[in-house]
Design a protein. Sequence first.
Length: 271
Amino acid sequence: MIIRQSENEIILDEVKCLDLALTLDCGQAFRWEEQEDGSWSGVAFGKFLNIRKDGERFILKTTLEDFESVWRNYFDLDRDYAAICERLRQDPLVASAMEEYYGIRILNQDPWEALVSFIISQQNNIKRIKGIIKRICRACGNEICDGWYSFPDAATLSALSVEDFEAMGAGYRGKYIKRLADLVASGEIDLNSIKKMSLGDAKAALLNIYGVGIKVANCALLFGFQFVECFPVDVWMKRVLEYYPNGLPECFKGYEGIAQQYLFHWARNNL
DNA sequence: GTCCAGGCATGCA
DNA sequence: TGCATGCATGGA
């Protein structure tokens, strides 16, 4: 990867395996919107970003400082996806998925945002998940630039009531969000320390949270806590698992989450 | 009208 | 441990 700074933009050359639409709109993050010019805009870690592909290069409307402190890790740019995908391709189903859809990356999102988002995701569809999160951000996030709001922190959400979340469309998940916000805001749970735990300890800590089961825990660990070996199983992945009666193939080992995201996308389009 | 969506808590055996 | 049931909401 070659990084250059040009006026108010960062230009990236030689980035392998990054398809913006696949990565930003594949159900792992819920706050990215495609613009009329084909670029993508969104907010993460309290920062706004517009990113587009121009030929073989990517152009990010951001500063070098924000690129280094947020977006470099957010897009997982220091991981060798080409090599990993080459290995995952040993599995024929992943290989056929990659022929259709190449360029999915696992985004390293904020743990708090990922956890709340995937609590909302349960027994829900992606369009509705996006709507609920957008209303929460509009209601109590900070407006970073016109119309784009940060994801509110735990203290802010803790000030809301269960009924407030229900009014924003969260349904029965409102009580889960409220209780989690209280736990994090009070310091009873420290998500950043969970991020430093072993996978087993981190998973146990998340499963202890009201409203967090094995699926939500695995999604949060994969998308928000950088455990790329997690393999979330939802209703779509249950259908995919019928193709693996003997368990997951050896070539997934260590990168189950990346394989999972290809299979998830394949399932939603083909099953 | 019914069914479904990136499921979980609860009660019961 | 495993299984049945209720749960909010909106689009198909």
